[in-house]
Design a protein around this ligand. Structure first.
Ligand SMILES: *[C@@H]1O[C@H](CO)[C@@H](O)[C@H](O)[C@H]1NC(C)=O
Length: 266
């Protein structure tokens, strides 16, 4: 849950600027370093070789672009990167330490990924999770939260339901009214009605599932739908308006998701 990632594609200045095509190029290059052990994953120059995928060991990677002041040529270099979030099971296994020994930040990130109390307890206590779960729901004075003591004595609070409620109401497609003139950038015509209802992503993102400080709600599935409206257009050289029904094509957000701010690749 803590490995991030990498470069897929780089190219540097055209090769005529390089004295040689070997790896010791001195003047212009892009170099990728793994900061955890200082090893150089690669150094590239020229436009002939496109480096393959580079995956960092931790959540950092160092990219150094070195260029001198001579012969500046287009196009420079370009990086495509994406964040990797390995599955929880993989994350737990390499160390063989129980999850409860993880630093709190890491543990918090791991815990964020579970959707039910059962899965969570199973991850925390692989050997005795059933017992722990039973204990959790046994109405003894010490382990109960305030919600139980004040009021709903008959039933322990359903955490899975609370989590599901958050999912249902944060960052979801909602009814939005939009102005057709603004949306379609049509100033030559009048629509009636002037505004229509569309589905757009809305609601806040509290970053509950992500290892970042700020999240934003973005559409992950967009469809276009036709809407029939009345269109009024001035007749050129004539008095009166031309009236007709017309289909306008509008974007609807069908699905939405919270992603880290500044990262559009998810
Ligand atoms: C959005 O508006 C439509 C049309 O009035 C309505 O049927 C639908 O229930 C509304 N959806 C929500 C989530 O309010």
């Amino acid at each position: 849950f803590y490995l991030f990632s990498c470069l897929l594609f780089i190219w540097t200045l055209p090769k005529q600027h390089f004295p040689s095509q070997n790896n010791n190029n001195l003047y212009d290059f892009v170099e990728v370093e793994e900061p955890s052990d200082g090893s150089i994953l690669g150094r590239w120059c020229g436009s002939t070789t496109v480096p393959g995928k580079q995956i960092s060991k931790g959540n950092q990677i160092r990219i150094r672009f070195v260029s001198d002041e001579y012969f500046s040529y287009e196009p420079g270099f370009c990086i495509h990167y994406s964040l990797l979030m390995p599955h929880h099971a993989e994350a737990a296994s390499p160390t063989m330490l129980p999850p409860s020994t993880l630093p709190l930040e890491l543990l918090n990130n791991a815990v964020a990924g579970f959707s039910t109390v059962e899965e969570l307890i199973r991850f925390l206590e692989p050997d005795r999770w059933q017992l722990d779960l039973e204990d959790l729901y046994r109405p003894t004075w010490q382990v109960l939260g305030k919600a139980y003591i004040h009021g709903r004595k008959s039933k322990v609070v359903d955490l899975n339901l609370l989590k599901e409620e958050v999912r249902l109401y944060s960052c979801t497609p909602r009814n939005f009214s939009i102005s057709l003139r603004e949306e379609l950038k049509r100033t030559d015509t009048i629509f009636w009605p002037l505004c229509l209802l569309v589905k757009r992503c809305g609601g806040n993102c509290a970053c509950c599932q992500h290892n970042c400080n700020e999240c934003q709600c973005v559409p992950t599935k967009v469809t276009k739908k036709y809407h029939e409206v009345l269109q009024l257009k001035p007749r050129i050289g004539l008095r009166g308006l031309h009236k007709s029904f017309t289909d306008v094509l509008l974007e609807h957000h069908e699905e939405c998701d919270c992603v880290c701010k500044g990262n559009t690749e998810g």
